[in-house]
Design a protein around this ligand. Structure first.
Ligand code: XMP
Length: 523
């Protein structure tokens, strides 16, 4: 069965951290795409019958022995190809050009912002760049092309990369030394749109409505007559996943809402009412606060908290799955940023920054297969899909909330008392943000309860209470973030209200750290 739209692009992944951004840019241009690791690219090519190919970047270097190559069939296909960074180099190498390590060329690599100059016209620039113009791009490469393959010419250069952009227009091959998929290449999205629409000739009429239909068909094909349970976390991701899966397979889906007692104020009630009353989706509501809090007693290490919460979630699921007579599949609202920060594309060892529990903590012993229909999407795309599915705006627009909930916003030991204090402070903060009309301009805002007590004075009394930190960031995908620049009057209003209204807090501070070097959550 073919589920994918016939107008599609194959993205060959050589292991870059930003390959999914290429897919996102292609989706933004209104074209369906699929990513295949280079090891499975030939098979994906046969199955998808794409209209164009994009070769990704890679942590590897073309001159290194054993480094990845693109299947020859891609070059034999006659299809347009865009090679990005490593993709440009591997294409050059495989078509008869030369790539050398930066240290051999005596120039080293090029990392970060760079400017290129357009030297010749080409189809990729149509309606966008003109000869003689200078444009900002984002470079990140050690090796470089030193001699291009027959038929290519240079169409743009930069100081560090004389072959910043090369083209073979007879074959519709393009190679960029820079990364057009990242936002630091301001015109990058338009270059990718030009490639898929103009060079590959695709209409660009693919929409979220079609994504919905494609996913529904995929879910049906994967699940068959099997039973699925879906864990609801209270957040938008699991809700969108559940509604989509319900649309695909109806009452073969049972939702299990494990209420770990680490949610924000009123959240549990909202979830139950949305699913039971609004959608009429079978829902089991498990009140497991005591189980989670007793297990968290004495645990202070952030990863230990995540591991415990992730494992206990699964334990409770298994128990519920048994009670409802077994399920073959476990559905999760895993998004792409959760995947990229938790595992490497090869499945091999990679740097784990945080083991987001819905991916990294999943025990091997789980006997169910995973259904993860949102795995390639970014947060704003999930919201668009949620709207497409008719979820209420208050739910769809909600700030992201981590699976381990308030446990990772209470550095140190998590207790019921500290959760209650944090819930109150957080509610005051969010209420003020909504009143000021700032909620939608912020990606994520929350309070953090610190394990630090400071001295204060209220009336004639000395106080010795906890510090509350406020966090608010803007972001497009959660992978990088900037602080939200509240004005001083707003922050001082929130601080005063929290100290006056929340017993247990006597000092409020604002966190000015961007990501990187910080992360969004404190743990
Ligand atoms: P960080 O703190 O890594 O957060 O900058 C990036 C985004 O991920 C969320 N986050 C999590 N989500 N399980 C989740 O489901 C987790 O363990 C987890 N840790 C962080 C965080 O809220 C932000 O949106």
């Amino acid at each position: 069965m073919t589920i994918q739209p016939s107008d599609n692009i194959l993205i060959v992944d050589f292991g870059s951290q930003v390959t999914q951004l290429i897919a996102r840019r292609v989706r933004e241009a209104g074209v369906y795409s699929e990513i295949a690791p280079f090891t499975q690219a030939a098979e994906a090519f046969e199955r998808l019958k794409p209209k164009g190919i994009i070769l990704s970047g890679s942590p590897a270097g073309v001159p290194e022995e054993g480094s990845p190559r693109a299947p020859e069939i891609l070059f034999e296909s006659g299809l347009p190809i865009l090679g990005i960074c490593y993709g440009q180099q591997v294409m050059t190498h495989q078509l008869g050009g030369e790539v050398r390590p930066g240290h051999e060329t005596g120039e080293g690599g090029e990392f970060g912002r760079a400017f290129l100059t357009v030297t010749e016209d080409c189809k990729l620039f149509d309606g966008l760049w003109k000869v003689g113009e200078r444009h900002q791009v984002w470079m990140s490469h050690g090796d470089k092309v030193t001699r291009f393959a027959p038929g290519f010419r240079v169409v743009a250069t930069s100081d560090g990369a004389p072959f910043a952009l090369i083209a073979n227009e007879e074959k519709n091959y393009y190679g960029t030394q820079f990364h057009p998929e990242v936002v630091h290449t301001p015109d990058g999205a338009k270059l990718i749109a030009n490639f898929v629409r103009h060079v590959c000739g695709l209409a660009g009429d693919w929409t979220m409505a079609e994504f919905r239909q494609t996913k529904i068909a995929e879910i049906r094909a994967q699940v068959g007559k099997g039973r699925v349970i879906c864990g609801l976390s209270g957040g938008v991701d699991s809700a969108v996943a559940a509604v989509l899966i319900h649309e695909a397979i109806g009452d073969q889906l049972t939702c299990v809402f494990v209420d770990h007692g680490l949610l924000r104020a009123n959240e549990a009630e909202q979830v139950v009412s949305l699913f039971r009353n609004h959608y009429n989706i079978p829902l089991v509501h498990v009140d497991a606060e005591e189980l989670f809090l007793s297990g968290l007693a004495g645990v202070t290490d952030p990863e230990a908290k995540r591991k415990f919460i992730g494992k206990t979630f699964i334990d409770v699921f298994e128990e519920e799955a048994r009670k409802i007579g077994g399920a073959d599949f476990l559905a999760q609202g895993t998004l792409y940023p959760d995947v990229i920060e938790s595992v490497s594309f090869t499945g091999g060892p990679s740097v784990t920054i945080k083991s987001h529990h819905n991916v990294g903590g999943l025990p091997e012993r789980m006997n169910m297969q995973l259904v993860e229909p949102l795995r390639e999407l970014f947060k704003d795309e999930v919201r668009a899909l949620g709207r497409e599915l008719g979820l209420p705006e208050v739910f769809v627009g909600r700030h992201p909330f981590p699976g381990p909930g308030l446990a990772i916003r209470i550095p140190g030991e998590v207790t019921k008392e500290r959760c209650d204090i944090l819930r109150k402070a957080d509610a005051v903060y969010l209420e003020e943000i909504r009143t000021a009309g700032l909620y939608d301009a912020i990606w994520q805002a929350f309070a953090v309860l610190l394990p630090v007590r400071t001295v204060g004075v209220m009336g004639d009394y000395r106080t010795y209470d906890s510090v509350c930190a406020l966090r608010a960031v803007t972001s497009t995908d959660g992978m990088t973030a900037d602080i939200y620049p509240f004005d001083a009057a707003f922050l001082s209003r929130v601080a005063t209200r929290i100290i006056n209204e929340v017993k247990g807090i006597n000092r409020v501070v604002y966190d000015y750290t961007s990501k990187p070097p910080g992360t969004i959550e404190w743990e």
